[in-house]
Write a protein of this length. Structure first.
Length: 218
């Protein structure tokens, strides 16, 4: 207090009280804020631990997609000069479930074979089935080729490719799959598999394309 300042008793008292109240509230405030900080860091730690647990669970239970490999393909009728009409297109695709604990439910698998963007044949190749963990299922398909024929626009290129001994083909598989994790069934995924390969003059797959990994789209 400066000597120049002479507060009256009546004004000094409330001022003193209000200052005390002010310090008291400051202490209360710092106590509550310390408590809030404590609670906050407790919940943050809890959240972090729960997050790590969920992440580890997700890593160990996360379903991996099945792997498809084109093992063999043969189309003996491909060499005919009038086109592969009513020729059998046979293939062997292996379907591996790489998951150790997760099974896969498949709807029927439907296959189509394409030369360029011309569909040569299509049809169902497998009934609905359940694939256990770490299982390899062999998909054997035999479709009937209905083209390309001499009247198709793709014919000239097709017969030239046959003569050259390199015909690029594509097998597409479609299905709907569902993963079965021990604790719960996951939702459905529409599945598209594409195997691109080349066959030779004899209608058999060229050796460098055998056992190629097929592409999988969900
Ligand atoms: C299909 O290919 C797999 C893997 O190469 C083979 O083990 C299996 O015997 C083949 N099946 C047929 C019928 O060709
Ligand atoms: C894969 O599963 C199928 C169907 O359950 C079964 O028939 C086949 O023997 C299994 N293959 C292997 C290699 O375990």
């Amino acid at each position: 207090m400066s000597s120049a300042y002479q507060p009256s008793y009546t004004t000094y008292q409330p001022q003193h009280q209000s200052r005390r109240r002010y310090y008291e509230s400051r202490v209360k405030e710092s106590l509550t804020s310390r408590f809030a900080k404590c609670l906050c860091s407790f919940f943050l730690t809890l959240l972090l631990i729960v997050g790590v647990i969920i992440f580890v669970l997700w890593l160990s239970l996360r379903p991996h997609r099945p792997h498809f490999h084109l093992s063999s393909f043969t189309a003996p009728g491909l060499v005919q000069s009038t086109g592969p009409v009513n020729s059998a297109l046979s293939f062997n695709i292996t379907d591996r479930n790489p998951n150790g604990k997760i099974g896969i439910y498949y709807d029927s698998i439907y296959a189509s074979i394409f030369y360029s963007d011309k569909e040569m044949g299509s049809g169902p190749v497998l009934f609905p089935f359940y694939q256990p963990p770490k299982n390899t299922t062999v998909i054997l398909g035999t479709l009937t080729a209905t083209g390309p024929t001499t009247t198709d626009s793709a014919w000239d290129q097709f017969s030239a490719d046959v003569a050259a001994g390199q015909v690029k083909l594509i097998i597409k598989l479609t299905s709907v799959i569902r993963f079965k994790v021990k604790l719960w069934d996951t939702h459905q995924h529409r599945m598209h598999v594409e195997c691109d390969f080349t066959v030779g003059k004899d209608g058999n797959i060229l050796s460098q394309y055998a056992d190629e990994r097929c592409t999988l789209y969900f």
